[in-house]
Design a protein around this ligand. Structure first.
Ligand SMILES: NC(=O)c1ccc[n+]([C@@H]2O[C@H](COP(=O)([O-])OP(=O)(O)OC[C@H]3O[C@@H](n4cnc5c(N)ncnc54)[C@H](O)[C@@H]3O)[C@@H](O)[C@H]2O)c1
Length: 421
């Protein structure tokens, strides 16, 4: 078993740390947010993720600890995973500020270290970043050449809401690396994972992540466009998706028509790939459209609502604020543009989400929040379902007018409108 340091303990870093600890490694999680560090050491998950509390109860103190001392963590471990955020800059580019700063700090520690150490980039970074940004920072600030330390690009493919399960049983482990010694260490890191290991170069590993996310986002925008046509024709899009998904070449996944994709990955990763393409003089017609369809979808939903009812002064119950069910993450949630448009229409909003209310209160302090979904329904004139939380699927909507943007209801209420079905 190895000693692993995980730098950046957000959604990916914490799951990575807990996941490796469950697999038997000794892990230290590093974050510059002291509050998070304290919470982790007290076995309190700073984020909501199914099964995380139980897993932390098992591994914190025995196999996992948290700290803000990056230097010590690198000196005391065999491998360091970089898991800091790579948000979208104003121009849609991949913002590498945190990756650069952490790479430098790791390099300073490497300078002091005699033993072989492998640095792994797990953050999603645009192709050529590991080779052209991370490597020069590591070499330049450690005084060592690649080979004297190891470098690997290992993108993460977990889905929030299923994060631990995905981390522990990924479809494949992508490992972009150059040297045999690094390969041996990474094989040891992943020795208790039965998933296939796919070895390639740094930039191929980076591009596999972008191509995968962009293809999944494309499927969503594709089915949303098909769904918008189906709606006008009175065709049930979900029956169409089922029929299409039976084709093995297509697969049934990511063909759920609805409000579009949000979250911390798809929007920013597709934007970053578009931006890289433009920088290289490559036209990105398809990816531009994927984003355009996604931006349009909340507007299509609002137009549907407005075609059935007045919004000014209406009590509107919003069910779902997280970007999808199973998480408290509201980054790029499609609920945000919908709420903005409802406010422009002067609707009176009462919102509820099982886990994401506290995060959304920071974004929209001016709207009201309910303690339960049923209270939201009872106190509102019309109901909008914006997130696919399981617990919304069998509520009693009475005779309220329901606009569903996620198609999750087991029984359709009497007054029901699906977004694109
Ligand atoms: N969230 C996902 O579902 C997901 C899935 C796959 C890949 N990714 C990628 O993984 C990366 C991390 O995403 P995330 O959602 O976990 O981000 P996040 O914002 O939740 O977490 C980043 C963490 O890094 C910490 N941090 C920032 N700068 C630091 C520094 N200098 N030193 C120490 N800690 C620092 C922050 O405090 C934060 O806790 C991104 O590149 C993202 O694209 C995310």
């Amino acid at each position: 078993m190895l000693k692993i340091s995980v730098i950046g303990t957000g959604y990916v870093g914490l799951i990575t740390g807990v996941g490796f600890a469950l697999k038997g490694h000794e892990v230290v999680c590093i974050d510059n947010n002291k509050e998070k560090v304290e919470m982790i050491n007290n076995k309190q998950p700073p984020i909501f993720e199914e099964g995380l509390q139980e897993a932390m109860n098992k591994v914190v103190l025995s196999k996992l600890s948290a700290s803000s001392d990056l230097r010590k963590a690198v000196l005391d471990s065999d491998v360091s995973f970089i898991c800091v955020g790579t948000p979208c800059s104003e121009e849609g580019k991949c913002d590498l500020t945190a990756v650069e700063s952490v790479s430098k700090e790791i390099a300073f520690a490497l300078k002091e270290k005699k033993a072989f150490h492998v640095v792994v980039v797990k953050s999603t970074v645009v192709p050529s970043t590991t080779e052209k940004v991370v490597l020069p920072l590591l070499e330049g600030n450690s005084g060592k050449k690649l080979g004297e330390f190891g470098l690997c690009m290992n993108p993460e493919t977990l889905r929030e809401g299923f994060a631990l399960q995905d981390f522990l049983n990924p479809d494949r482990v992508i490992l972009g690396l150059k040297h045999d010694e690094t390969k041996k260490v990474m094989e040891k890191v992943y020795e208790n994972f039965s998933s296939p290991k796919f070895f390639c170069g740094f930039s191929e590993a980076e591009m596999i992540k972008y191509a995968s996310n962009s293809l999944l986002a494309t499927k969503i925008s594709f089915i949303n466009e098909v769904g918008n046509i189906c709606k006008k024709l009175g065709i049930d899009t979900y029956t169409v998706s089922k029929g299409v998904g039976l084709d093995k070449r297509i697969s049934p996944f990511f063909l759920n028509a609805g409000l579009g994709f949000g979250g911390s990955c798809f929007p920013k990763d597709v934007s970053a790939l578009i931006s890289k393409g433009k920088e290289l003089g490559v036209k990105t017609l398809l990816l531009d459209s994927v984003m355009e369809v996604n931006e349009l979808q909340p507007k299509v939903f609002l137009d549907l609502i407005k075609s059935k009812t007045e919004l000014k002064g209406k009590k509107v119950g919003v069910l779902g604020l997280a970007f999808k069910g199973g998480t408290d993450d509201i980054r790029e949630s499609r609920s945000i543009p919908v709420i903005k448009m409802l406010l422009d229409e002067q609707a009176v909003i009462l919102a509820h989400d099982p886990k994401a209310e506290e995060n959304m209160k920071k974004e929209f302090p001016e709207i009201s929040y309910a303690d339960s979904a049923q209270q939201t329904i009872d106190s509102s004139e019309i109901i909008l379902i914006l997130t696919d939380w399981n617990e919304f699927s069998s509520l009693d909507f009475k005779d309220k007018l329901v606009f569903d943007a996620r198609n999750i209801l087991k029984n359709k209420p009497v007054n029901y409108e699906g977004l694109s079905w």
